[in-house]
Design a protein around this ligand. Structure first.
Ligand SMILES: *Cc1c(COP(=O)(O)O)cnc(C)c1O
Length: 456
């Protein structure tokens, strides 16, 4: 058992000595020491010094139903006692995986009726690369391998996930991307299109897909992958013209549409999936995060009937899989999580009540002197911090103001994330109106504190 009596200092020192954190500058962390979180309930976290935080990020965009759900602990406990592990290789299966697969087929848009289970979103996107290339080769189109993605996209951190992603700083460290992955522009109007009408900018960004297909040759392009809203890239909400044009292009050319729902899935945008919000019919749909509300690691790729049929009829053995594909305990918890979302009408509440309220209150922050734009949809929000509100001028040291604001938010009892100088939120979907008021008040106080630092 974990020794819960250690002091914060003791934890920090052990942490420094032994624990290499993900996405962390070790030198900076060691100079400062981690915040040690040891408890959570509802929408709140506590650290080992007893300080309370409103979790404006749902952990990492995943704790959709909030913390402290007995029902999920019960589901895990029950499944662990009954069948803690078995695999689905070599013609076996077990009830929790079959049950979850059926539920997902019912929830997912259109004819996405089959699922390949993984342990995470990154593994889901590795599975996308394998599936898409296998699919075309089953149809005799062995040259159709290239996957088009977007700059600043996030699709995970495995070699294929990071390659699909469009994060330059990740590519540089890993000798990435792997072959046959290419990136087009992103529909980030505030950063890249402000001198253009948003609608025209959205169209132009979508048409980069068509230009790239034509340049590379349709016979070589296997798929286009995109998040409905780029999350880790900074909550990039495309102009209204963007997705309809992408849909037109995808239906005109023989290429698969892969919609990465790892963040948008399970209610984040006020519908079950971002694909519902933007009226998309994906051929493949990676999911994870909110699928189990983060209580246990699980992900998957939803696959359309058309693709599943080809894999079944023509594919022979699919030489791909993970020891924990369809882990029974993770599946049982994911099913119980879906039960909660349905029973408590969480998606409907975000759509009709709390989502609109959060968006109204969040946009009020747009009047703050540091904020160039306040945007959002459903339970996602972003603030663009600017040095000069009139010219939308950026800061001399990019990223510093964002980090200061994140730090100030922590000190004010709110977890917000900084992507450069963009502040983002993705609160638990169970946050109520008074919690939203608290979030916005704390965010404003943090902006004030940050402004005070920049003007001295
Ligand atoms: C987080 C994320 C992933 C990767 O999921 P992991 O579970 O961290 O591997 C993939 N796609 C998107 C859109 C994500 O936000």
């Amino acid at each position: 058992m974990v020794d819960s009596k250690r002091s914060t200092d003791e934890w920090q020192s052990l942490d420094r000595d032994h624990f290499l954190h993900p996405f962390t500058n070790y030198k900076e962390l060691n100079a400062k020491g981690s915040r040690i979180i040891n408890r959570a309930e509802g929408v709140y976290l506590w650290d080992t010094d007893g300080r309370q935080y409103l979790d404006g990020m749902s952990g990492l965009w995943c704790v959709n139903v909030g913390y402290g759900r007995e029902e999920l602990a019960e589901a895990a406990h029950r499944q662990m006692r009954e069948l803690p592990y078995y695999n689905a290789f070599f013609q076996t299966a077990h009830p929790p995986a079959i049950d979850l697969a059926q539920r997902l087929g019912e929830l997912a848009p259109g004819d996405l009726n089959q699922v390949f289970f993984t342990g995470s979103g990154s593994e889901a996107n590795d599975t996308v690369v394998r599936t898409v290339r296998h699919y075309w080769s089953c149809l005799g189109q062995t040259d159709k391998k290239i996957i088009i993605s977007r700059q600043n996209a996030y699709h995970g951190s495995t070699m294929a996930g990071a390659s699909l992603g469009g994060m330059q700083f990740m590519h540089e460290q890993g000798g990435l991307p792997i072959p046959d992955i290419t990136h087009i522009g992103q529909p980030y109007w505030f950063k890249e299109g402000r001198d253009e009408d948003p609608g025209e900018f959205g169209l132009r960004m979508a048409q980069e897909l068509e230009e790239t297909i034509n340049k590379l040759g349709e016979h070589r392009v296997a798929a286009f992958i995109a998040e409905p809203i780029q999350g880790a890239g900074g909550v990039v909400i495309p102009p209204d013209t963007y997705w309809p044009e992408i849909k037109r292009i995808c239906s005109h050319y023989q290429i698969l549409l892969v919609v990465d729902e790892v963040i948008c899935g399970f209610g984040r945008t006020g519908k079950w999936f971002g694909s519902n919000t933007y009226d998309l019919q994906p051929d493949l749909m990676p999911i994870a995060k909110g699928m189990s509300s983060g209580y246990l690691p699980i992900g998957g790729v939803m696959v359309s009937d058309r693709i599943a049929r080809v894999l079944t009829e023509e594919g022979g053995e699919f030489a791909h899989g993970f020891t924990y594909s369809g882990h029974p305990v993770c599946c049982a918890v994911a099913s119980a999580n879906i039960d909660i979302i349905k029973r408590e009408n969480i998606v409907e509440t975000v759509a009709s009540e709390t989502g609109p309220y959060l968006q109204k209150r969040w946009r009020e922050l747009g009047d703050h002197p540091l904020v160039g734009e306040a945007r959002g949809i459903g339970f996602l929000g972003a603030l663009e911090l600017v040095a000069d509100k009139k010219t939308m001028g950026t800061f001399d040291k990019p990223g510093e103001t964002g980090l200061n604001c994140r730090e100030n938010a922590f000190n004010n009892g709110l977890v917000m994330r900084a992507v450069g100088d963009t502040m983002i939120i993705a609160p638990p979907l169970v946050l109520g109106k008074s919690g939203i008021d608290e979030l916005v008040t704390k965010a404003r106080k943090s902006l004030d504190d940050t402004l005070a630092m920049t003007s001295t």
